[in-house]
Design a protein around this ligand. Sequence first.
Ligand code: QVT
Ligand code: ZN
Length: 332
Amino acid sequence: MSAEKSEWESSQFRKYDLNLEEIPRLHCDDPRVDELMQKNQPVLITGSNLVKSAVDKWTLDYLEKNLDKSNHTVFVSRNHKFKYFDEKKIYSKTSPKGVEFSPPTKRVEMKVADFAKKLNEWKRGDERLYLQESLNSSMGSTIVEDFLKFNWQFVTEKKNKYHWGELTSNVLFVAMEGNVTPCHYDEQQNLFAQIAGYKRCILFAPDQFECLYPHPVYHPHDRQSMIDFDRPDYTKYPKFKNVKGCETVVGPGDVLYIPIYWWHHVESLMRGGPTITVNFWYKAGPTNLEYPLQDHQKVSIMRNVEKMLLEVLQEPKEVGPLLRTMVLGRYS
Ligand SMILES: CC[C@@H](CC(=O)C(=O)O)C(=O)O
Ligand SMILES: [Zn+2]
């Protein structure tokens, strides 16, 4: 992948054993953008001015001065990975009895000033921080003003053209250089707008499900890959060797379309300073079942089968044996 005007270099990437294609990088007026989005394919869109009002202004200092003085949600990790988990699933009735789940990160509330201070004073071996919070009207009048100046026409045009559901949230992400959000998928359409710094985004299509081994649906790490990209266990996860993916680097002003159910791994480039992103998450649109079904629809079906089996069996340990009895030698 070539650096745009050498703003970054691949030595700032973390090293993984992956062969990756490049995600197309196209100007927003290029008709191929819509050809790809129509097919639920990722594309990096330039020139949209989606978050121009923030690109010109938002730095850590600016956020410190203008984000309101109350607390903000910050995740803390003992390493560079910030693997998401659903707290509600740690204690749910279907979580296996006595199976200890040790959260890989902790969620704290922090003033932006304290967050910025810790980033500026960070040294190797210290805990890492990742501010992640939905933007809302209580974010301070200046931030709200910048937010209202986003190019809403651009995103609304995409929402209407592809019959997406409602905009559910705009999440603000402020990461330390080197932070990684491990490989996972979301059940929402996502316009991922980069404001400051550079992020490498590695994406895999929903049909790579069997190469990426997601945790069971009942698990707190539902939707997250079980594979540690830093040290893949090819014995436990042999199909990871064959995974096919694509990648791009998003920089200020770029918008990456991350289609619903597409796996993505996101890393803030090492030695690249803090990164700032705002995403636009949209609910899925109405599902019209046309055959052959699309790969993301099959993921949705598998999720529903797992949920139904859990509901009726109650005991997660019984799901695997029942599925094996049903499939092995009969459907395989
Ligand atoms: C959750 C954080 C991640 C973004 C992402 O996964 C998304 O927008 O869906 C990132 O940028 O580190
Ligand atoms: Zn995501």
